[in-house]
Design a protein around this ligand. Structure first.
Ligand code: HEM
Ligand code: HEM
Length: 184
């Protein structure tokens, strides 16, 4: 049967890989992205899970806003949903599609900067809209952290490929697993 090259990510959670499996390994080139300890292949899932919590919070805020007809917190509602749900879930999906991008320092920075910058931005925006002017500078700091996190994400998407680390995650197998063929 024609050999099939699949991404190692196919074999996550309950989908076993058939033998024989040849893993293509290689020393990352000088300057290549160094694997990052704690955040490995399930980074995408973590982002999607956190994003789904933002979705619930954002939807609840939208309903509260619609019911009360008080649009003071419109930007909190919109950015919780657009940066917290949409953007975070999208980056999580990107990590699932491009698993070679997950195990890097840039991915770790992206994760932590987004997850500190966005709450900081949203909480300080809410406080500012409630009249606490002292919180206003924190909106800027949170925004810059979010921007930096998404800049790291962008750089990661480009540089992980350039470093050739994607090839380290490719498996050459003799035939596709039955579970992978039938999965929907
Ligand atoms: C239960 C669901 C939702 C409710 C009840 C809701 C409610 C609202 C309300 C009352 C407004 C103010 C509308 C106005 O300015 O006249 C608004 C604005 C907005 N919502 Fe939602 N929303 C919901 C879901 C979402 C979702 C899922 C997203 C994005 C993923 C979203 C993004 C926005 C944005 C971007 C604005 C600002 C629009 C503008 O500036 O014109 N909303 N929403
Ligand atoms: C660092 C990230 C971001 C910052 C600092 C930022 C900042 C802002 C500011 C200052 C406003 C005007 C708010 C007002 O008129 O009171 C705004 C509005 C808006 N932004 Fe953003 N934004 C960011 C990310 C995004 C992203 C990623 C999206 C979409 C995916 C988005 C979509 C919108 C929309 C639809 C509005 C109009 C609705 C509203 O006033 O909330 N923004 N943003």
């Amino acid at each position: 049967m024609r050999p099939l090259t699949v991404c190692s990510d196919l074999y996550h959670e309950g989908v076993s890989s058939p033998a024989p499996v040849t893993k293509v390994t290689g020393r990352p080139r000088r300057g290549a992205i160094v694997p990052m300890g704690g955040l490995s292949m399930d980074l995408g899932i973590r982002l999607i899970r956190i994003a789904s919590v933002y979705m619930l919070v954002g939807l609840a805020a939208g309903i509260a806003m619609a019911v009360s007809k008080d649009y003071t917190f419109l930007s909190v509602h919109s950015h919780i949903l657009l940066l917290g749900w949409t953007t975070m879930a999208l980056t999580g999906l990107v990590y699932r599609v491009l698993p070679h991008c997950t195990n890097t320092r840039l991915a770790g920075f992206h994760f932590w900067a987004h997850n500190t910058g966005l709450p900081l931005m949203m909480i300080s925006l809410t406080l500012t809209l409630l009249g606490n002017d002292a919180a206003e500078p924190l909106i800027g700091i949170g925004s810059i952290l979010v921007l930096a996190s998404l800049a790291a994400f962008t750089l990661n998407v480009f540089s992980a490929r350039r470093a050739g680390t994607d090839q380290n995650e490719m498996l050459t197998i003799s035939s596709p697993p039955a579970a992978a063929r039938t999965r929907t």
